[in-house]
Design a protein around this ligand. Sequence first.
Ligand SMILES: NC(=O)c1ccc[n+]([C@@H]2O[C@H](COP(=O)([O-])OP(=O)(O)OC[C@H]3O[C@@H](n4cnc5c(N)ncnc54)[C@H](O)[C@@H]3O)[C@@H](O)[C@H]2O)c1
Length: 347
Amino acid sequence: MDKVRFAIVGVGGIGTAHGRAMQSVPEVELVGLCDIIPQKMDAFEEELGKPMKKYAKFEELCQDDEIEAIFVGTPNQVHVPVILSAVGNGKHVMSTKPLSSSKEAAREAVEAAEAAGVVNSMSLTMRFSNTVQYLGKLCRGGELGEMYYARARSIRRAGIPDWNLGFIEAGGGAFRDMGVHVLDSSWWLLGQPRPVSVTGVGGAKFGPVGKHYWDFRQPPEEYWSKYDSDDYAGGIVRFDNGTGLIVESFWASHQSPEVQIELFGTEAGARLSPLTLYKTVNGAPHDTVVDIKDAQVDYARRIFGHFADCVRNGTPEEAPLRHGLIVQEMMEAMLESAQTGKEIRFD
Ligand SMILES: NC(=O)c1ccc[n+]([C@@H]2O[C@H](COP(=O)([O-])OP(=O)(O)OC[C@H]3O[C@@H](n4cnc5c(N)ncnc54)[C@H](O)[C@@H]3O)[C@@H](O)[C@H]2O)c1
């Protein structure tokens, strides 16, 4: 099949990681780059060793007929403007997480992408990791029985990003950056039940005072004085089938760093890291640790190979932007509940 011709908007950490990943997938070809900092495009073009079409403005890149699909790797606040421009020009689109910096913008993006009839997807590095996919097969195969409770957390000790203001300004924050991964993955493992309410607490204890930035680096006050987002949040999401999910994320803390999901089922329990299945056999605990290799190449094939299949063969997208919207609604409800001190209920 013809390769799907991709361009990347936002040639930073996640944009270049996806650009490198594309190199191992025969069904896609990277042909264009867009960034407001030209040196970033030049450096990545040199690394790739082949000429790229380069644009400073995403609106212009989105009008290029040679480009079929756009990967969105800009800061959160710029995801939806790029998505709207891309789908408005009939381009297929893949966004990094979170879908957006607000639920209103997320909804606008989903409605526009669906109306345009293009392939639209979330690139979810955690959901499509080998360990979460393996656990997903166990859950869907009924190994855990009825899943009635889950806990998920993503905890850093000193991990507030210090390289892009988009992370710490309004619309950024720890929950949209890290909480999003464990929330999306655990919601997916639970079978994507419908959320009915969220109660949370959260705030910012380190970021606004210039402490516990990435790897204990000390950014200048000029950077951290612009802090306007959460650096921790946690609470419970209640679903329509009675399942509860406790979810927490911390960019900074005095705790041991951890990324964890724990599932409670009537037949078995499971833990993501290390991947463990807990059962009762002959009246005694019977626990199995599963050794899964988490190769990045599998992730690249999984998301880009599948995306190309959706574009060329009309296969339904496994992780459409609509999933990103539902996760965004849960995240925004958690942050709103933390701010107002009230439970947020979904219609
Ligand atoms: N595992 C993951 O899924 C994962 C990991 C890291 C980051 N992310 C997400 O990726 C996004 C970017 O994070 P990052 O760490 O790569 O940041 P980054 O700062 O390294 O990269 C962002 C890039 O976007 C560019 N940019 C900003 N505004 C732009 C515009 N209007 N047009 C074109 N380019 C523009 C910046 O110049 C920069 O090069 C965030 O939304 C973050 O949540 C996802």
